[in-house]
Write a protein that binds this ligand. Structure first.
Ligand code: PFF
Length: 450
């Protein structure tokens, strides 16, 4: 009998899929994907994105999971166990930890915004406002410092509390309840958006590809978004991989995660773009898109206020399941490598994240004039991780699986020691050995010279 490692990790395959999908689905899908599509001109970008997700994303996802599940360790310990003689591989662990820290710092800013929008919509402050007034409210809020910092702090605290409860009683239990609710709400939002007058233009924008809008930058953005959305290249997948039971099928689990993640991102596009065009707003608004556009949709529907509260609660929940996976990368590392308790790790690391996060929050307000390489602190953290750290980390993960770990070990892990057929193995291995590293390298170089 295979060991089920139940005590260490998730209690079932469904729990694992939902928790990992919960980690993948987040602000990246509902907030970042639509605005990145908007800035890059729509349909053609989406096609490129989907190709990246399945051709590169799934094999890289599988590789990261293999490293986690085979080693049964945190992202740093994994390389100690799998490459005991070559300490240089520990660098991948270090890079993952730093990336998770930086991502969590800027991610928690936007996650905090969702809490503010629950309060704004619940107290009726968004009701009956014109699109211009709604945009102004967003600007007023984010340009401040007190409330954005408070909400960010609350969000970090919420995440830490669930992490302290542990893997099964915290992460698995909560994501299992929250993810299905998110799906139902997203579908309702899409229906409303699609039935608005003028919705057609938004659908054309999303689904009628115009390849002339693709340039070097959009290719970079598409890959960066695919990595970000699947949570690849910062150890989150590796960490959750170490919780997946030995008898679960890693290929189908990865396909589920990627499929569900992409589906939700496209649903978010369908919920948002018809409304953007119907209200005469710009699809290229950038990070403020969801916060400025959706309140107009809610205002146009009966019972819109309840919907708005529901939606922003779910946006927070989607963000929460992702911040949980980010903090877990750091906490499992501290628990296993520094031998701290879960509670101590969660508290100290959340405070460390907040220290960087404060600068990210203030970069929308009092520190908006501070730019590094022409970017605000928030944008710099986003760019640094999505364009450099995650592709480098993902590249190293694939090189480790494709060129370092013995092929028989990789096969052994993917086939559950020969119990599964793993017929896809040849194709997978070819992608991980050649295509994924070359594509990632290409993207990296392009990112550096652009
Ligand atoms: N994949 C998450 C999202 O799309 O919102 C973001 C994320 C979570 C990135 C966890 C990285 C991570 F480790």
């Amino acid at each position: 009998m295979e060991s089920t490692n139940n005590n260490r990790g998730f209690s079932s395959n469904l729990g694992a899929i939902l928790a990992a999908t919960g980690g993948a689905i987040g602000l990246g899908n509902i907030w970042r994907f639509p605005y990145t599509v908007g800035v890059n001109g729509g349909g053609a970008f989406i096609i490129m994105y989907i190709i990246f997700v399945f051709l590169l994303g799934v094999p890289i996802l599988m590789s990261e999971i293999v490293i986690g599940r085979r080693s049964q360790q945190n992202v740093m310990g994994a390389f100690k166990v799998l490459a005991p003689k070559h300490k240089a591989w520990l660098g991948v662990g270090v890079l993952s930890i730093v990336a998770a820290l930086v991502i969590y710092a800027f991610y928690s800013v936007v996650a905090g915004w969702t809490l503010n929008y629950i309060v704004l919509s619940g107290s009726g402050q968004l009701s009956g406002k014109s699109p211009a007034e709604i945009s102004q409210m967003f600007a007023d809020f984010t340009h401040g410092s007190f409330w954005p910092l408070i909400y960010q702090f609350i969000f970090l605290g919420l995440t830490a509390s669930i992490i302290i409860l542990g893997v099964q009683k915290g992460i698995e239990k909560y994501t299992k309840i929250l993810m299905p609710i998110l799906l139902v709400l997203m579908i309702m939002m899409c229906i409303r958006s699609l039935t608005l007058d003028g919705a057609r233009q938004g659908i054309d924008f999303l689904f009628k590809p115009d390849f002339s809008k693709i340039n070097g930058n959009s290719v970079l953005d598409a890959l960066g978004q695919a990595l970000f959305s699947l949570s690849i290249g910062m150890g989150a997948v590796c960490t959750y991989g170490s919780y997946i039971r030995k008898q679960d099928n890693l290929f189908t689990t990865s396909l589920w995660i990627a499929g569900a993640d992409t589906f939700i991102a496209i649903l978010a596009g369908v919920a948002i773009f018809p409304a953007v065009f119907a209200f005469g707003l710009s699809p290229a608004a950038g990070p403020s898109l969801v916060y400025e556009v959706l309140p107009n949709v809610f205002n146009s529907m009966p019972g819109g206020m309840a919907f708005a509260v529901g939606f922003f609660m779910l946006l927070s929940i989607a963000a929460l399941t992702s911040t949980i996976s980010l903090l877990e990368v750091l906490v499992l590392w501290a628990v296993e490598e520094l031998h701290w308790s879960r509670r101590k790790s969660a508290i100290i690391l959340s405070l460390a994240v907040f220290t960087i996060g404060v600068f990210c929050t203030l970069s929308f307000g009092p520190l908006s004039h501070v730019t590094i390489f022409g970017l605000t602190i928030f944008d710099l953290c986003d760019k640094l991780t999505a364009t450099y750290m995650m592709p480098i980390d993902a590249l190293l993960f694939t090189l480790f699986i494709g060129w370092y770990l013995p092929k028989v070990d990789v096969y052994d892990e993917l086939s559950n020691s020969g119990q599964l057929k793993a017929r896809y193995f040849k194709v997978y291995y070819f992608i991980v050995r050649y295509i994924a590293p070359l594509a990632l390298l290409n993207i990296l170089i392009a990112g550096i010279i652009s």
